[in-house]
Design a protein around this ligand. Structure first.
Ligand SMILES: C[S@@+](CC[C@H](N)C(=O)[O-])C[C@H]1O[C@@H](n2cnc3c(N)ncnc32)[C@H](O)[C@@H]1O
Length: 213
């Protein structure tokens, strides 16, 4: 079985053409993410699982003063992100890094992740959320757009989701929104919520308080 990195290395050349077919509301997800960041325009943004860089392109276009960091485990995806963001070189850092063992430093006004964290197991997600809280600046925000496991089999019937293919069965580990909200709260975030959801795709938000009690 291929690793996640190998899978995305192979998918990278056709990823941009396919993702909007697989996730028809991909643009709406990004509009939501940008609206949340716009509440307090960020100067420093970290993207976990940056892929081909579309999210960071939207961030760079929306916030003139922002500098961004993107992490990913696939070098082929990182190469495409580098090409896509080449007009913004002085504001962009891209690095190979596994978010299961995140190499995060410094303080970020916003940390974002789109369609990547569901590749982690529950324990890894809990560990990641704890690390993220340490690296979100007070008053800053973590925005998680991802797949979430429906809370009941009845919802699976309602959504009529396709059966997972071999790769998805091996590497996709979506958990429910309720589990994510509980883990984010346990990690220290002071206000967590679901701001957008369509079937099994959603956008969660978690703020770090301005001042710790
Ligand atoms: C479905 S793509 C999403 C890419 C991009 N965020 C977007 O919205 O189009 C998932 C990305 O997460 C990356 N990824 C998966 N597991 C990862 C991990 N453990 N650490 C870092 N990146 C990971 C993959 O290589 C891939 O680029």
């Amino acid at each position: 079985m291929k690793t996640v990195g190998q899978h995305f290395d192979e998918w990278a050349p056709s990823y941009d053409a396919q993702i909007r077919e697989m996730v028809p509301r991909y643009e709406e997800i990004h509009d939501t993410l940008l609206s949340i960041l716009g509440l307090r325009p960020p100067a420093r943004v970290l993207d976990l699982g940056v892929g081909t860089g579309y999210t960071l392109l939207r961030v760079l276009e929306a916030f003139d003063g922002a500098s961004v960091i993107g992490l990913d485990v696939s070098d082929e995806m990182l190469d495409r992100a580098r090409q896509r963001l080449s007009g913004y070189e002085d504001r962009v850092t891209l690095a190979h890094s596994d978010i299961a063992e995140p190499e995060i430093s410094g303080s970020h006004d916003a940390i974002v992740s789109v369609l990547a964290v569901h590749h982690l197991y529950p324990d890894q997600k809990r560990h990641l959320f704890g690390r993220l809280w340490e690296h979100v600046a007070p008053g800053g925000v973590f925005v998680l757009a991802d797949y979430f496991r429906p809370a009941s089999r009845r919802l699976l019937e309602l959504y009529r989701l396709p059966e997972p293919d071999a790769h998805e069965a091996e590497h996709d580990h979506p958990d429910t929104t309720a589990e994510h909200l509980a883990w984010l709260t346990a990690a220290g975030f002071s206000a967590v919520d679901v701001v957008w959801k369509y079937e099994d795709v959603g956008v969660l938000v978690a703020w770090r308080a301005d001042r710790e009690r």
